[in-house]
Ligand binder design. Sequence first.
Ligand SMILES: [Cu+2]
Length: 248
Amino acid sequence: MDSVSIEKLIYSGLCKWTPNIPIPMIPRLNISGKLLTTVVLLATFFWPTTNPDKAYSQIINGIVKGTVSFETIPDNEFFEISETVIYLSGDGLTAETLDPKASEQMLLDQIDYTFVPRVLPILAGKKMSFHNSDDELHNIHTYSKGRRRNRNFNRAQRPGSTFTGTFARPDSILVLCDIHSQMIAHILILENGFFTKASTTGTYTINDVPPGQYDLTVWNEWFGEVKTTIEITDGQTISVDVTFPNTP
Ligand SMILES: [Cu+2]
């Protein structure tokens, strides 16, 4: 590129911003000036530009919602649709994302000779409480179903007393009271805070889910698990309905 074309280029650039600039104001360049100008012009054309919209955009989390249904409702007085747990698992979902409400609900009570709730989803590694609201002695006897991933214990619980414990690893634990055989509970120990229980009509919502691909598991005491893969994109609300077949 000779000096004339560089100077023309500068002039045309200046005219773009400052129309009617007089030609004599354009300086004639020496070799260093031409070289520097060429470098600056090329850099201006080829320097990667930042899209401000992209730079300041935020990841918008999504919502997973749907309805859980059953082809056959078990003929059992303890069956309740609302004792069904829906949870997500996969990379990008961490324990720190636990909904504070879920944290408050880490309590297994004993009321009127019944474990309340019958199904308790909790977060692995977090402290949970056992309480006896009855005037009778009960006991908490745990049976880990996850190949003994958490140590089983058998502990008497006096009326009105509370004790706390922690289950370190994801698991499914059956809880019995050896004194009252009708007392049964299940503690689902989950690896992140993206879980919920179904409503009495089977509807559920899991909020604030980061974009990604995850496993959605629906767990029920009588039917076992139904697992499906979901993908949620930026800010999307997806609907995932799950029906338990007659037999698990
Ligand atoms: Cu009991």
